[in-house]
Each structure stands twice: as structure tokens, then as C-alpha cells.
Design a protein around this ligand. Structure first.
Ligand SMILES: [Cu+2]
Length: 253
């Protein structure tokens, strides 16, 4: 009799422990995403609303999973998905520029943590076998290490340039340009973009393809050929729409 009962209960217990394992992996991923979102903002040195919102959602997800509030966890998971889709352009931009080493590595870590929590969430929902967990964590770990190494190599190969006499200096710090108004004479003018943030910034001239691209913690020089008129400099990194400079180009006498 006992033998039959064991045969009946075993698969059920096995299935519920598989679900528990997936839920645990999901919770670890969500917690990691929450922690990295805070670390990333500390590194950037600024409160970045989209990253903060994403971090808060994953923090909540981790709390709901720990408290076994499945419905709330599911709801938070959907919110997280929406937040990620909303952030996608910024994430892809950051991931396509490994030369901003720290920002790239942090973005990669957050993305992988998010990915793990989603796959694990799916695993728990679809009751996948827990056999897949080890290869999942191993491949994520490998991508993480590979990405950080790549970022280290790419960022160490970035060389900063020095300003030349007569260059206009523009400082990018805490996602702001300084100064916010510049007046120059028409013709070729050298600009020196001093990026003091860990993330990439560009000095892009509106209505033209002239720009200076400065990876995190680097300074880059560029020459702009300017006709008289009113222009705007902006930063073309997604989410940096608040960065702007009014440029007045006067006719040279
Ligand atoms: Cu920027």
C-alpha cells in the first residue's frame, strides 16, 4: 500500500519543488536587478527616473515572490515587462557601446538579471523541468564575464584628446551640458567635449551630421564648420533629451 502511495505522491512533490526552484531563481534575478539599478545610479552620480522605476518594480517583484504573493508577483512581472520595453532604446544604445566600460557592464548585468528572472518566471508558470536551470545560469555567467572583459578592453582603448588653443570647452556632467549658451564666429571652430560622467554623451549639432562622441569618463575634440545662424547642440543618447545648448553663430567680420 505504501509503495502505491509513494508512486502517486512523488511526481506531485517533485513538480512543486521544481516550481519552487524556478521561483527562487526568479527572485534572485529580480533582487539582482534591483541592487544593480541602485549601483548604476550611484555610478552615474544622478537619479535617473527610468532606471529607478525599473529597479523599484524588480524590488517589489522580489518581495512578492518571497512572500508567495503570486498574483501580485504576476502583476508586477507584467509591469516590469512594460518598463523594460519602454527602456529598450536606451539599453540597446548602452549595450552597443562597450567603450563606456562601467555603464556598459552595469547595463549588461541588469539586462541579464532581468532576463534570468523572466525565464525563471516562465519556467515556474509553465512548470518546466528544473534541468534547464544550471545551463541557464552557466550561460548567463559566461556572457557576464565575457561582457565585462570586452568592456574592459574597449574602454581602455579609448584615448582622450586634449583641447587646442581657441577651442570652446563643453563639460558634460550629471546629464547636463555646461555652458548652456555659446556664441562663436562663423567658420571652423574647435569644440572640446569633457565628459565627466561614466556614461556616453555626444555633442550633436541639430540638422547636421557633425558631432563629437565621448565615451564615459573621456574627453574628445571635434571641429564644426558653422554658417551664421541659430543652432542647438543636443546629446543623441536615448533619455538625454534634457541636454541642450543654444549656439549662436555670428557672421565673421
Ligand atoms: Cu548624454
Amino acid at each position: 500500500m505504501t509503495h502505491v502511495r509513494e508512486q502517486l505522491t512523488d511526481p506531485v512533490e517533485e513538480e512543486s519543488s521544481t516550481v519552487t526552484t524556478w521561483v527562487r531563481v526568479c527572485r534572485i534575478g529580480a533582487t539582482a536587478a534591483f541592487v544593480w539599478s541602485i549601483v548604476l545610479q550611484i555610478i552615474i552620480g544622478a537619479f535617473v527616473p527610468p532606471i529607478a522605476v525599473l529597479g523599484a518594480i524588480f524590488g517589489l517583484l522580489a518581495v512578492f515572490l518571497a512572500g508567495e504573493r503570486r498574483r501580485l508577483a504576476l502583476l508586477t512581472g507584467v509591469l516590469a515587462l512594460l518598463a523594460i520595453l519602454g527602456n529598450l532604446s536606451g539599453t540597446i544604445d548602452e549595450l552597443s557601446h562597450p567603450d563606456s566600460g562601467v555603464a556598459f557592464s552595469m547595463t549588461l548585468l541588469i539586462s541579464l538579471a532581468v532576463l534570468v528572472s523572466f525565464i525563471a518566471g516562465l519556467g515556474a508558470t509553465m512548470r518546466w523541468s528544473s534541468v534547464g536551470i544550471r545551463p541557464l545560469l552557466l550561460s548567463v555567467g559566461a556572457i557576464m564575464v565575457g561582457g565585462v572583459v570586452l568592456a574592459g578592453i574597449a574602454s581602455s582603448s579609448v584615448s582622450s584628446s586634449q583641447p587646442l588653443a581657441g577651442d570652446v570647452t563643453v563639460v558634460a556632467e550629471l546629464n547636463q551640458f555646461e555652458p548652456m549658451e555659446i556664441v562663436v564666429s562663423a567658420g571652423e571652430t574647435g569644440f572640446w567635449l569633457d565628459n565627466r560622467d561614466g556614461i556616453r554623451h555626444t555633442l550633436s549639432l541639430e540638422g547636421s551630421d557633425q558631432e563629437i562622441d565621448a565615451p564615459g569618463y573621456s574627453s574628445q575634440r571635434g571641429v564644426f564648420d558653422l554658417e551664421p545662424g541659430q543652432y542647438t547642440f543636443f546629446c543623441d543618447v536615448p533619455g538625454h533629451e534634457s541636454m541642450g545648448i543654444d549656439l549662436t553663430v555670428e557672421a565673421s567680420s
